[in-house]
Design a protein around this ligand. Structure first.
Ligand SMILES: Cc1cc2nc3c(=O)[nH]c(=O)nc-3n(C[C@H](O)[C@H](O)[C@H](O)COP(=O)(O)O)c2cc1C
Length: 215
């Protein structure tokens, strides 16, 4: 194992700043503004986000998923309800999301509650996906151990033949979650690690309190 010197790896963040006067009072609109800027600048997969879950064993786990829609009801992604994340969400609905826009020196943190999306939405989105992505979702028991790659490929090929020219059934274990946020944090990197951090916390009467956090 090489003894790498990471101490000197040091990026300076000076691209922009985030002042309270720049921030919209509504964090969803603030999110949309940053998301739109990411789209405008053609950042790679700006809808890729990390979702952290904690099951009943209290061990956090995290992975990347793709945001498929968002509005004031929440942030939606699709997955397998019997995957590791699905099991952990069933045990504990509290989750956290993270977006990192490297080129914009921005990070967005979201905390909230995950709930399954309606089966009607799951079905309509399932059939919007490319045929072979539907097949992959149909075949894969996500997060289960499989012997090796050929075994996995054979499962796909087997079903490809069986389901040729047929509608691929959407299994009940495939669907979405909507994350309803109760906290957002918008982080803009600044010089000397003296970053801007604007947090929005939801109050009991569904208003949002905006506060600056120290870097
Ligand atoms: C860029 C990217 C996008 C991904 N999008 C999804 C997704 O939308 N849904 C999903 O279930 N897994 C997605 N994955 C795979 C997950 O990161 C993960 O491997 C999988 O969901 C199993 O996670 P789990 O075992 O913790 O449940 C994506 C991975 C990457 C790197």
């Amino acid at each position: 194992m090489p003894n790498r010197d990471l101490h000197k790896m040091r990026e300076s963040y000076e691209a922009a700043k985030l002042l309270e006067t720049d921030c919209h009072k509504n964090p969803f609109i603030q999110f949309d503004a940053w998301f739109q800027e990411a789209l405008n600048d053609q950042l790679v997969e700006p809808n890729a986000m990390q979702i952290a879950t904690v099951g009943k064993n209290m061990q956090p786990s995290i992975r990347t998923v793709l945001l498929k829609s968002f509005d004031e009801n929440g942030f939606v992604f699709f997955t397998n309800y019997e995957s590791k994340k699905g099991i952990e969400i069933a045990e504990n609905e509290h989750v956290a999301l993270l977006f990192w826009y490297r080129e914009h020196q921005r990070q967005i943190r979201i905390e909230g509650i995950a709930q399954k999306t309606a089966e009607s939405l799951n079905t309509s989105y399932f059939y919007e996906r490319p045929h072979d992505s539907q097949l992959a979702a149909y075949v894969s028991q996500q997060s289960q151990v499989v012997k090796d790659r050929p075994t996995l490929d054979n499962l796909f090929i087997e079903q490809q033949h069986l389901l040729e020219n047929k509608i691929i059934p959407k299994k009940e274990n495939w669907g979405g979650y909507v994350i309803t946020p109760n906290l957002f944090e918008f982080w803009q990197g600044r010089a000397n690690r003296f970053h801007d951090r604007i947090q929005y916390q939801k109050t009991s009467d569904n208003a949002w309190i905006m506060e600056r956090l120290m870097p």
